[in-house]
Design a protein around this ligand. Structure first.
Ligand SMILES: NC(=O)c1ccc[n+]([C@@H]2O[C@H](COP(=O)([O-])OP(=O)(O)OC[C@H]3O[C@@H](n4cnc5c(N)ncnc54)[C@H](OP(=O)(O)O)[C@@H]3O)[C@@H](O)[C@H]2O)c1
Length: 331
């Protein structure tokens, strides 16, 4: 077992049936940690266990972060697996993106987004922190997003949950540090997982709203952004840093060059950013009216009629944040 593994021996990961959570489970198991990978789908957890490196300790248990019963059952199972000691590190990773124009998203869908990304994260944290507090040490690692610092059009529902996680993590960092518990935020950029597909799937329902051309545009941008995405290993490594470093940073951006985007956004005036993003996203009166003017119906011909493509290659990373929930924001 590595030194890192000695610092945080048992790690529970939520949302480990796919993407970042799954990769992190395998990565940490390989590094010598006792991993408790959790998720909603028993079949995927079985497959994950079967993939664990030889000699690694990778246990699984069902855990739906939106269900109090499921969390309670997982707590009992974790007690059994750790002989009542609890976990050394909790990685709150489970989440999804709800994409669409904020005024068109139903209240029920918005609540569903918050139930998983915000209330689910807090419910799991409340369940597993008490044992850390009793022991006087532990780590809580919250997977936010670069989109927890910036907002893109149609990403408001998702981005706002990540903003909430950023703020709650700051409060938790103050409140848990006296008990030896470090709270760390992970801010991924565009990462190749199921995330983009899951998030983009429902957007077609908005094609026949006033936002039709911009929705068509968002789909194009999402494809372009995913062409710049990296694999989930980079996030798994950042999570390992968060749980193994003696004095971890409050935040890790993964991949690191996301820091450049965040820095650029921070110094760019809101007025300038807004103008660029509106044009890139076809959120100008002209672009939104383009189809009607051409008499072709909303949702078609937008690309031909909308403003010239302002998306340069270099800031493709910015565009790439559309699908990953990373956005551009201004204060
Ligand atoms: N990929 C990106 O570009 C990106 C960028 C920034 C931040 N993130 C964040 O990274 C985290 C992981 O996303 P990912 O990219 O790995 O996406 P993913 O491949 O879609 O994986 C999401 C995971 O969360 C799980 N999940 C969703 N709702 C759940 C619930 N109620 N209870 C338990 N598990 C639940 C999913 O379970 P099922 O398999 O059952 O659906 C799945 O295991 C999310 O918090 C996301 O916001 C991702």
């Amino acid at each position: 077992m590595s030194n890192a593994a000695k610092t945080a021996k048992t790690v529970l990961i939520t949302g480990a049936t796919a993407g970042i959570g799954r990769e992190t489970a395998l990565h940490l198991a390989q590094a010598g940690y006792h991993v408790i990978a959790t998720g909603r789908r028993a079949g995927e957890l079985d497959k994950l266990r079967a993939e664990a490196p030889a000699g690694a300790r990778l246990d699984t248990t069902l855990l739906d972060v939106t269900s109090a019963d499921s969390i309670a059952a997982a707590l009992v199972e974790v007690d059994r697996l750790t002989s009542g000691r609890g976990v050394d590190a909790l990685v709150n990773n489970a989440g999804f993106g709800l994409i669409g124009p904020l005024t068109e998203i139903s209240d029920a869908d918005l609540r569903r987004q918050y139930e998983t990304n915000v209330f689910g994260l807090m419910a799991v944290t409340r369940a597993f922190v008490p044992q850390m507090r009793e022991r006087g040490n532990g780590r809580v690692v919250n997977v936010s997003s670069m989109g927890g610092k910036m907002t893109f059009p149609f990403m408001g529902a998702y981005n706002s949950t990540k903003y909430a996680i950023e703020s709650m993590s700051d409060a938790l960092r103050f409140e848990l540090r006296p008990f030896g518990i470090h709270v760390v935020v992970i801010e991924p950029g565009a990462i190749h997982t199921n995330f983009a597909e899951t998030s983009m799937a429902p957007v077609n329902q908005y094609e026949h709203t006033v936002y039709g051309p911009a929705i068509a545009r968002a789909k194009t941008l999402e494809k372009r952004m995913m062409s710049t995405a990296v694999g989930p290993k980079v996030v798994a490594r950042a999570i390992q840093k968060a749980i193994s470093r003696r004095s971890p940073a409050a935040r890790y951006v993964a991949p690191w060059f996301g820091n450049l985007v965040l820095a650029m956004m921070a110094v760019t005036p809101t007025r300038v950013l807004d103008a660029v993003i509106r044009r890139i996203s076809f959120l100008t009166p002209k672009a939104l009216r383009a189809d009607q003017v051409r008499g072709q119906g909303i949702g078609s011909g937008a690309a031909a009629s909308a403003p010239r493509d302002l998306l340069p290659r270099t800031p493709a990373i910015i565009a790439s944040n559309v699908s990953s929930g990373t956005g551009l924001s201004r204060n």
